[in-house]
Design a protein around this ligand. Sequence first.
Ligand SMILES: [Zn+2]
Ligand SMILES: [Zn+2]
Length: 399
Amino acid sequence: MRLRVLAAGLILMGCIGNPARAQSTHSNPWAPTELGPLPPIASLTDGVWLKGDLHLHSRHSKDSSNNSEAKIIHFAESVGMDYICITDHDNHVQGDVAHNTWTDPEFKSDSVLLLYGAEWTTTRGHGNAFSARPYDHQRLYDVRDQRDIVVGAVKKELGIHLSANHPSGKDHFGFSYDMVDSIEVWNSAYWSKNANAIMIWDDMLSSGRKLTGRGGSDSHHGIPDSPELAGKNTSQRQANYVGTPTTWVFAKKRTLQSVVDALTNGRVAVSANPYAPRVEFYADLDQDGKMDMMMGDNTKPTGKAVTFRVQLTGNTVAGAAYTIHIVKDGNPFNTLQATGGKTTMVEFTDTPNIVGRTYYRVEVEGPPTAYPQVPGSTALNGNRVGLSNPIYFNFDPNF
Ligand SMILES: [Zn+2]
Ligand SMILES: [Zn+2]
């Protein structure tokens, strides 16, 4: 659909002066369309869960402090991150991220995959670019004040994943969501900033966009490691850092490209921190007890009941109550309770409508998981444990 909208725009531009033709080419991009065959659902076992942070600022961002790339990367290694993306503001380095963030000799790690990216920082809003390889970020920077159709074409040519950052608030994302692959639904440990982001996500999903929700700490300041820095801005440094929140991706392999692909296809969950449980969400389409889909997957409904499974994997608190909110098409659908333990799992059943689009997603509340390296973060996130991406029915695979 993204490509189709851009193409429709080109046709309209070519038709200026011919209103009759322009009118006939207009179509409502949100109207339901006849679906062709959907791609087969990928294997649920052929892959690996990888955790990381997709929004980090180093000393190459002018509004950052005490935060060298070495500091970020060593910290990420120490808390077991699998990947990160250092996303310095391009306008602080005149777009030339390639000769700043990526060529810094500190941009290396033996254990953490380092995505190539930057925060595209424009007057119409901020977005993160993610790539498995260096790309010509200057080109994206150069078109920052141009129309969506121009930006979208450059993004496509560069082959990057573009993601809307902090979609509500002062630097809200003011471009079309047709040209992005994901949206930052959980920015930093300050949960209160995110309520509108979740609402915007539901609006975009409800309008037919298959749009991945992801997290990003957006942390700018290193935790003080020397006595003279203690006391300077320490509340922020100790409350929000690498991993608050943590974005999990189910990647085919442990490679940069597999991380980007998983982000694009939506096999993604967000947890409050690297030690908090991961929200996994599956569906059994034929009631044989074997799960057929996971979050991010899209299929045609059969008209029969589907069993959905929510599983919290990792450090749940034994005996503690977890509240599992099921959202269907943007509205509260069901609230379930699960008890922390070896297997923390609940199931529910529903029959997705055979016509029209339907999606289900999950938010989990419960006791905070300690993150001793960033001690202030647990109070700010409160009881937000994690969230899943949607399972989709009847969504246009090209959207
Ligand atoms: Zn920003
Ligand atoms: Zn940022």
